[in-house]
Design a protein around this ligand. Structure first.
Ligand code: UDX
Length: 405
């Protein structure tokens, strides 16, 4: 089958390479010429485990171009462009302009909206283009994006036409995942409800962690493990730490809470989850101050710039937020991350970072940071992601999220 993908970010490229691997012929379109050139020279613009190999393996079935004209005769065209939040509101121009460009070229293919859009958007596109549109939200996680696409927990397909829905169901049948048919609006809402719920779960356990820190002999990890064994709660997304970052949770929670307010409703729990999350970097810095005193003139090393392990993505990364706060307080910064690079921030080696700093804040739970307790012996340490064995450290020089004295 010939399939088009418009927007070659994480979702677009992963979807393209997985479908190419299933034998389909894929045309990937993006307006960013540099990205297209990079892809055509065989390079993936970001790090995602297994993706480079999958693209290399299927390169004869993958075309990357700026030209919408190449999408002619595609059975499906997936729209996977970004939908950022600008001034607290979702910015949908990318989706509308992709749909408009598409409508000029191709009259027959089914348009599938994979980008996260607020409820009602896809129906507007359907009316605007006067043809069938399906909504097929994406739940992939960076770091495990390929597996999440090959074997998702469920597939949501929203649309008006049973026949068109069936057509897309057939495309995804290789996953053997349960498929739920919904209205277009329900499909759009499911994505927001899922991400909001997970954000709430993270902020919930982070507030319990705050409380645990004030109670002697009380460790949030023990609490999380025990409550997670209740099937109604489940053990996932209960890791207390420095909160959620990345390209989805912060933007989607902002978009849906603002959408709710526009409709005269409030998502108070989600708003609180955002507030709790916004406090996390301040908390890490305060913990360091409590250990080390005034930060001005001190050298602090931040371990982890990626918003989570196994990615080089630094969007909404707590590590970067902590660095800005430390700089405002006049501290000298050292930084290390196994994958992420950031303009204006010099990356030193892990050993150098530790050696030349007085204080260390762990902001991402990279595996590489586990088992380094011996090296940290003389340092002041804030473990923001609970990677260290606190029993091996001097408690007068060490603070960890959610760990009571
Ligand atoms: C998320 C959703 O999981 C995915 O379904 C959606 O399509 C896009 O957004 P992603 O942003 O890749 O995926 O990362 P995820 O693994 O979900 O983690 C999000 C953030 O939450 C990270 O900053 C992570 O460190 C944090 N997190 C996650 C916690 O702080 N505690 C947890 O228990 C879990």
């Amino acid at each position: 089958m010939k399939i088009g993908i418009v927007g070659l970010g994480y979702v677009g490229l992963v979807t393209a390479s997985v479908l190419a691997d299933r034998g389909h012929y894929i045309v990937g379109v993006d307006i960013d010429e540099m990205k297209i050139n990079e892809l055509n020279s065989g390079r993936i613009p970001f790090y995602e485990p297994g993706l480079q190999e999958l693209v290399d393996k299927n390169k004869d079935k993958l075309i990357f171009t700026k030209d919408y004209g190449e999408l002619l005769d595609s059975q499906f065209v997936f729209i996977t462009v970004s939908t950022p939040t600008v001034n607290g509101k979702i910015y949908l121009d990318n989706v509308f302009s992709a749909a408009t460009s598409l409508s000029k070229i191709n009259k027959d293919s089914v348009i599938v909206i994979k980008s996260t859009v607020i409820p009602g958007t896809s129906r507007k596109i359907k009316k605007m283009l006067n043809r069938e549109v399906l909504v097929n939200p994406e739940f992939l996680k960076e770091g495990s994006a390929i597996m999440d696409t090959i074997k998702p927990d469920r597939i949501i397909i929203g649309g008006d036409s049973e026949e068109t829905i069936k057509f897309l169901e057939d495309l995804w049948s290789f996953t053997n995942s349960p498929i739920i048919r919904t209205s277009m609006e329900e499909a759009e809402m499911i994505k927001y409800a899922a991400n909001s719920f997970l954000a709430v779960k993270i902020s919930f356990i982070n507030e319990i962690a705050n409380l645990c820190e004030k109670i002697p002999n009380c460790d949030v990890n023990v609490i999380a493990k025990a409550i997670g064994m209740d099937k109604r709660i489940s053990p996932y997304f209960l890791n207390a730490g420095l909160g959620f970052g990345g390209s989805c949770f912060p933007k989607d929670t902002a978009a849906i809470t603002s959408f709710a307010r526009d409709l005269g409703e409030r998502l108070k729990i989600v708003e609180a989850a955002i507030e709790v999350n916004n406090e996390r970097p301040f908390r890490a810095v305060k913990m360091m101050e409590e250990l080390i005193g005034e930060l001005k003139g001190k050298t602090i090393c931040v371990l982890g710039l990626a918003f989570k392990p196994n990615t080089d993505d630094t969007r909404e990364s707590v590590g970067l937020k902590i660095i800005r706060l430390l700089q405002e307080k006049g501290a000298n910064i050292l930084a290390y991350d196994p994958k992420a690079k950031v303009k204006d921030i010099k990356i030193s080696s892990l050993d150098e970072c530790i050696q030349y700093s007085q204080g260390i804040i762990i902001s991402t739970e990279w595996d590489e940071f586990r088992g380094i307790e011996e090296k940290l012996r003389d340092k002041y340490v804030v473990d923001g992601r609970r990677v260290l064995n606190y029993k091996l450290l001097d408690r007068n020089k060490f603070r960890a999220i959610g760990l009571g004295e």
